[in-house]
Design a protein around this ligand. Sequence first.
Ligand code: PLP
Length: 396
Amino acid sequence: MEEEPFVHTTSDSTQLTTWLEISRRAYADNLQLIRHLVGEGVEIGAVVKANGYGHGLELVADLAAAHGAGSFCVHSLDEALRLRRAGHKQDILVLGQIMQRRLPEAIEAGLTLAMFDADGGRALAQACHQQPSIGQVKVHLKIETGTYRQGACDDELSRLVDILRGVPRVDIEGAYTHFANIEDTTQHDYAEQQRQRFGKALEQLKAMGVTPRKLHTACSAAALLFPETRFQMVRLGISQYGFWPSRETRLSFQLQDPESAAALQPVLTWKTRVGQVKWIPEGSYVGYGCSYQVTRRSRLAILPIGYSDGYDRQLSNRGHVLIRGRRAPIRGRICMNLTMVDVTDIPQVEPEDEVVLLGRQGDQEILAEDLAQLIGTIHYEVVARLSAELRRILVG
Ligand SMILES: *Cc1c(COP(=O)(O)O)cnc(C)c1O
């Protein structure tokens, strides 16, 4: 039996205790802004790994396809197969590792495969040999330029290309690389070095008689800041979801283009509802480990969400949620499925009131960047770790 993905494009939030709202309008505006920036000639490859950065793989893929993305990039074979099952016929580039024994499935599904070493090339050659009935297999060469994760360095690249050239059904359609230091700084000389190394590798390929038609190097930050990194395609991750890759990227962008009113809008709002509301006496301790003691008679709202939903436990006694347009502080430790907040100063709060954990309510907003800062990580991780079991509801 095939596993049903936990994705629901229509759902009645009045029946739910927690859910994610995905704004079609915000997504469309973000993609339009990026399209305007990169121009018509550059393919937008929507990066939808990690369950669409937590937004829901199938839901985001539908939005991406509807709003101008030409192809998809995923990490795993299983993500790619989910997109095929959802009916997407576009190119899907699998960036990550595929077990050798599953290459036949990848070929059968017409996926584009990242190739980053000679072993991978040999495995693919063997899989092609064993599956003679299936047509062309597109591959993209992942070139090492200084990030030192996946990627083929000079000699390895030659070995890989030698192997792939010997397999007539393999089409070396693309070549790409990934920048190491483009989000974390406003100094971009390392990125420039990487771009030059990429150019050298292309010359090396050309000398071997290989000229890939689809070159791509740009993640969001590069796509936003450096036209010369865009080539034929950009691999657009975080920015489609309405986040700047980093403060530095936003700053660099504004310095380059002070007139631009470019505004990315967060696509996702995470909501829950108040469960129980109760008064507790002055001096009471709240939650496991008695880590918070109230200094006055207090009114608590108990929320039916916790760290198993992806609400980081490090937000205990630190974070806030929004109820009735106001900030309510988290008291005590976040539990697996429950979180307590102080609503003494928001007297109207009642059970089943809507609560925003991430996003806007009234004129208040909690950004993924805010949560990231509180827990010592980046907003990428905050959204990527949203539980796959949360309902995703398309709005607007
Ligand atoms: C995740 C990823 C991207 C997308 O990066 P963003 O900063 O989210 O745009 C692009 N390329 C590769 C290889 C990636 O792994």
